[in-house]
Design a protein around this ligand. Structure first.
Ligand code: AMP
Ligand code: ZN
Length: 502
C-alpha cells in the first residue's frame, strides 16, 4: 500500500471553491504547473511565499510516493507593464534602461531567483521552461484559436474574442467575474481601437519599430501575449488535462482565467483538475509588492538591513515563519512574529539534532503500550494534517508535541528502555521525515560545520558498532582521535552519545 492510499489528500480547488478529494488523471502520478517569476527584478519575500507553498506541496506529494512532474516556467517575454496589453515589456524596459540585451537581464535575474530558492532550501522543479523557447508553439496555438473562430487579427496583433467564447463557455468560471461587469469597468487603452471588445486579450502583439524583443509570425514581427505562454508550456509537458495548476492569488484574474479560455478554446478540454492559489504575504496588512515600496529582498532580511527590521533572520527561520500559517490565509510580516518563529524553529531543530543521535537496538527495547499508542497517534496526526489541504500549520503543532517527547527522552523523564524499538523508529522517521523531507527545514545553526557534524555522527555510529563487537581498542581510538582534533564525546544515560566541538 502506497502512502497516498493510506493518507488520501484533499485540497481546496479554487475552481469549485470546495475541498475535494485529490484523484490524479494518471493513478500514482501527479502533474503540477506553477507560474514562475517574470525575471526583470529581484524576487522579494512575497514571491518567496508563493514558491514555498508549492515547494511544500510537491515535497509532500513525493513523500506520499506519488511520482511528481513539477513544471515551473520562467517568464522572459510578453509580460507588459501594469499586467496589461499595452505598454513596454517589463524585461525590454529594464534592458533599455540598463543598456543591456534583454537576455542579459533574463540571465541575471534568473540566476538571482535560483540563488534565493536555494537559500530557502527549495527543490528545483522537474522542468523549468522559458517563454522565449516556446515562441513556435505559441504561434501555433494562436493559429488554432483563429481557425476555431475564437481569435482575430487586427493590425498585426491577434486578440482572443472573449464575448464569442462566452457564448458556449463561461469566461469567469475561476474568478467569478461577470462579463457584463468587466465590460463596464477597465481603463481605455490604445489597443482598444483594435479590439472588438475591451475585455478581449492579446495572444500576439505587433512589435513597434522600437520594440527589441520580436519574432517573425504569420501576422508580421511581434511577440506573444502574457497568458498564452503558460497554456503552451503546461499542456506541452503535462498533457491537455493535468492535475494541479498553482500560483499566487493575484494571478487568478486575468492570468489564470485567460489560461482556461485559451486551452478550452484550442483543445476543447478543461486544462486543469485542481487550481490552487496561495495567499499573499502582507506588511501591516498590505500586500507586499515592489510597486508599493514595502517589499524586502531576502538578503535584507538575512542581514537585517531593511528599515522595517530590528535584526536579521536566517533563511530557515523565515521558512519556518511562513510554514506556520496555512497557504490559503494571508500572512502578515512583523518583527514580533519573526522573533517568536526564531524561538519555535530553534526548539524543533534542537529536537531534530537530538533524535537523529538516538537509536534503540531491538534487544534493549521495551514494550510500553501507552507510549506506542501515543507515538502512533502523533505520526497519524502529522500525515492527516498534511493530507488535509497541506496544513503545515497543524503539522507544526504536532511536531511541537513530538519535540516535547524528545526532550523527555533527553532528560530521562521518558526512559528509552520502556519504548519499543518499532514504535520509536516509526516516531523518529516521521519526525525527521516531516522536518527534513516535507517541510524542508534543516539544521543551519552550524551551517558551515554541518559536514563536520555529519562526519562526527558517522564516527559515533562506528564507535557504537565497535563497542557492540567488543572492539574496545577501536572504540577508544575513535574517541581519542576525535578529541585530538577538538571533538569531545560524552556518553550519556540511555546510551545516548553527545559531543561538543571546540
Ligand atoms: P511575478 O514575478 O510578479 O509574476 O510574481 C511571481 C509570483 O509571486 C506570482 O505567483 C505572484 O502571485 C506571487 N506574489 C507576488 N506578490 C506576492 C505576495 N505579496 N505574497 C505572495 N505571493 C506573491
Ligand atoms: Zn502563468
Amino acid at each position: 500500500m502506497k502512502l497516498y492510499e493510506k493518507y488520501p489528500v484533499s485540497l481546496t480547488n479554487s475552481l469549485s471553491g470546495k475541498k475535494e478529494v485529490f484523484i490524479p488523471v494518471n493513478p500514482g502520478n501527479v502533474g503540477m504547473y506553477v507560474c514562475g517569476p517574470t525575471v526583470y527584478s529581484d524576487v522579494h519575500l512575497g514571491n518567496v511565499r508563493t514558491f514555498l507553498t508549492f515547494d511544500i506541496i510537491s515535497r509532500y506529494l513525493r513523500h506520499l510516493e506519488y511520482k511528481v512532474r513539477y513544471v515551473r516556467n520562467i517568464t522572459d517575454v510578453g509580460h507588459l507593464e501594469n499586467d496589461a496589453d499595452e505598454g513596454e515589456d517589463k524585461i525590454g524596459k529594464k534592458a533599455r534602461l540598463q543598456q543591456l540585451e534583454p537576455m542579459e537581464v533574463v540571465k541575471h535575474y534568473t540566476e538571482g531567483f535560483h540563488e534565493v530558492l536555494r537559500q530557502f532550501n527549495m527543490l528545483a522543479p522537474s522542468i523549468e521552461p522559458t517563454a522565449t523557447a516556446h515562441i513556435v508553439e505559441q504561434i501555433e496555438i494562436t493559429k488554432k484559436l483563429i481557425a476555431n473562430g475564437l481569435a482575430y487579427e487586427a493590425n498585426g496583433s491577434v486578440y482572443f474574442d472573449v464575448t464569442k467564447y462566452n457564448l458556449d463557455h463561461n469566461y469567469g468560471i475561476l474568478s467569478g467575474r461577470k462579463i457584463e461587469e468587466l465590460m463596464e469597468s477597465g481603463r481605455k487603452l490604445d489597443s482598444q481601437n483594435e479590439k472588438r471588445n475591451k475585455i478581449d486579450f492579446a495572444l500576439w502583439k505587433r512589435a513597434s519599430p522600437y520594440h527589441i524583443m520580436r519574432w517573425p509570425s504569420p501576422w508580421g514581427d511581434g511577440f506573444p501575449g502574457w497568458h498564452i505562454e503558460c497554456t503552451v508550456m503546461s499542456t506541452k509537458y503535462l498533457g491537455e488535462t493535468f492535475d494541479i495548476h498553482g500560483g499566487g492569488m493575484d494571478l487568478k484574474f486575468p492570468h489564470h482565467e485567460c489560461e482556461i479560455a485559451q486551452a478550452v478554446g484550442a483543445n476543447g478540454k478543461d486544462p486543469v483538475k485542481y487550481w490552487l492559489h496561495s495567499n499573499m504575504l502582507t506588511v501591516n496588512g498590505q500586500k507586499m509588492s515592489k510597486s508599493l515600496g514595502n517589499s524586502f529582498l531576502p538578503r535584507e532580511l538575512f542581514t537585517g538591513t531593511h528599515k522595517l527590521l530590528d535584526k536579521g533572520y536566517s533563511p530557515m527561520t523565515v521558512r519556518f515563519f511562513m510554514l506556520q500559517s496555512h497557504y490559503s490565509s494571508t500572512l502578515d510580516f512583523s518583527n514580533e512574529a519573526m522573533v517568536s518563529a526564531e524561538k519555535g524553529f530553534k526548539k524543533l531543530v534542537q529536537s531534530l539534532t537530538a533524535i537523529k543521535k538516538i537509536s534503540i537496538e531491538e534487544f534493549t527495547s521495551g514494550s510500553d503500550e501507552e507510549i506506542t499508542k501515543e507515538f502512533d497517534r502523533l505520526i497519524k496526526e502529522c500525515y492527516e494534517s498534511m493530507s488535509d489541504d497541506f496544513n503545515s500549520a497543524k503539522l507544526i503543532a504536532t511536531l511541537f508535541e513530538m519535540s516535547a517527547r524528545i526532550n523527555d527522552i533527553k532528560s530521562g523523564n521518558l526512559l528509552l528502555s520502556k519504548i519499543s524499538a518499532v514504535a520509536f523508529n516509526a516516531f523518529k522517521s516521521a519526525y525527521v521525515g516531516m522536518m527534513v523531507d516535507v517541510l524542508g527545514l534543516k539544521e543551519e545553526l552550524e551551517a558551515a560545520g554541518s559536514h563536520l557534524e555529519g562526519a562526527v555522527n558517522i564516527l559515533i555510529e562506528l564507535r557504537k558498532k565497535a563497542r557492540t563487537d567488543r572492539n574496545y581498542a577501536l572504540s577508544d581510538k575513535i574517541r581519542d582521535d576525535l578529541q585530538a582534533i577538538g571533538v569531545q564525546l560524552k556518553d550519556g544515560k540511555n546510551g545516548e552519545i553527545s559531543y561538543t566541538i571546540e
